[in-house]
Write a protein that binds this ligand. Structure first.
Ligand code: PLP
Length: 388
């Protein structure tokens, strides 16, 4: 069939999934692969969350729920947003989605029209540009640099704006760079957005993974005006190691929240019923898992930072959040896909080419894996860099 929609013709398949598949194929042939390409915590979901889900199943919670989610989960998310982020939403402003990915897509579909421009700081999470294209919009990239900690400044944002700009996408903490915007930086970006009524999509899925003195700030909490322009996209995947559960949410001003629920009501309906009960237990149960996981990742982050900093021909910025290093490999003079192919085939290390995130001279290395894998993977990466 060669008459696919022009919409889909513009969309590039996910490179991150391609790398994982390539690594899996080598593993299936018996090769030992050091996986630094992952995008999910390697720990299992905590037991009390699984048990809440089993209980829901046993109690027959196996039918449709309202499209926007079970009322008690929407309430609990609103309570969380107040407690953690100091921002007031009512349950009806929350839409529970099938993962943070659907949260972002729903928000983009609800706001972006044919020909609208969406400002995206680059490097960016792989799916944003494709979601914007699927909605008929055009991504406008703002190249950030290592010297700015991979963050977009308010001035750069302003320069990228045009009369067609409808939305800006912020992702703090960031995948792939680990950059975390400070309150001051968010206020400055917010001022620019307010000056032209640009909608802010704030993807906060890595909120719980911030290290040291770093604080996560939600832009919607900074003023009523910013609240009125912001849609928060969030999820349970990264904080509670629930990637396969597919539960996320949006929090938005009422009109936008209703539009998002409407879209979802006609596309996927509710997120899986019993998974929603697991998500409820995640929010309402003990939070030690989240804190322990963050502490553990901080150990791995510091270990990896020390190792990467001593490798010649590459450079890194100390990531303040998430679980990735975005390693600048420009001096090696290789295109990122070529670099990752060599790294995988010769050195058995899986990494994601920077081109997937809009930067062709970097690679993304994750530390959401064991210290042993990190140690051996980075040693091999070092060997590779020294031999080039
Ligand atoms: N946003 C960012 C920045 C991500 O990195 C991811 C997943 O990798 C998501 C959203 C989507 O998460 P979920 O698994 O909840 O759909």
């Amino acid at each position: 069939m060669d008459n696919l929609s022009s919409r889909i013709e513009k969309v590039t398949p996910s490179l991150t999934l391609a790398v994982t598949n390539q690594a899996k194929a080598l593993q299936a042939q018996g090769e030992e692969i050091y996986g630094l390409a992952g995008g999910e915590p390697e720990m299992d979901t905590p037991d009390h969350i699984k048990e809440a889900c089993y209980r829901a199943l046993k109690e027959g919670k196996t039918k449709y729920t309202p499209a926007a989610g079970i009322p008690e989960l929407r309430e609990s998310i609103a309570t969380k947003l107040m407690a953690d982020n100091n921002v007031e939403y009512s349950a009806k402003q929350i839409c529970v989605t099938s993962g943070g990915k659907q949260a972002c897509f729903n928000a983009i579909l609800a706001m972006v029209e044919e020909g609208d421009e969406v400002v995206i700081p680059s490097p960016y999470w792989v799916s944003y540009p494709e979601m914007v294209r699927l909605a008929g919009g055009e991504p406008v990239f703002v190249e950030t640099s290592e010297k700015n900690g991979w963050k977009m400044t308010a001035e750069e944002f302003e320069e990228a704006m045009s009369p067609r700009t409808k939305m800006v996408i912020l992702n703090s903490p960031s995948n792939p760079t680990g950059a975390v915007y400070t309150e001051e930086e968010l206020r400055a970006i917010g001022e620019v957005a307010l000056s032209e009524d640009i909608v802010i999509l704030s993807d906060e899925i890595y909120e719980k993974l911030v290290y040291g003195e770093t604080k996560h700030v939600s832009i919607s909490s900074l003023s009523q005006e910013l609240y009125d322009l912001t849609v928060v996209c969030h999820g349970f995947a990264k904080a509670y190691s629930m990637t396969g559960w597919r539960v996320g949410y949006t929090a938005a001003p009422e009109k936008l929240a209703a539009a998002i629920s409407n879209i979802q009501g006609h596309t996927s309906s509710n997120a899986t019923t019993f998974a929603q009960y697991g998500a409820l237990a995640a929010l309402e149960g003990p939070q030690d898992f989240v804190n322990d996981m963050r502490d553990e990742y901080d150990v791995r982050r510091q270990f990896m930072l020390g190792r990467l900093a001593s490798i010649p021909n590459v450079s890194v910025v100390d990531p303040k959040g998430a679980f990735y290093f975005f390693v600048n490999c420009a001096p090696l003079g290789l295109k990122s896909q070529n670099l990752c192919d060599k790294l995988l085939n010769r050195y058995k290390v899986a990494a994601v080419p920077g081109i997937a995130f809009g930067n062709d001279s970097a690679v993304r290395l994750s530390y959401c894996t064991t210290l042993d894998v990190i140690n051996e993977g980075v040693s091999r990466f070092e060997e590779f860099c020294r031999s080039h």
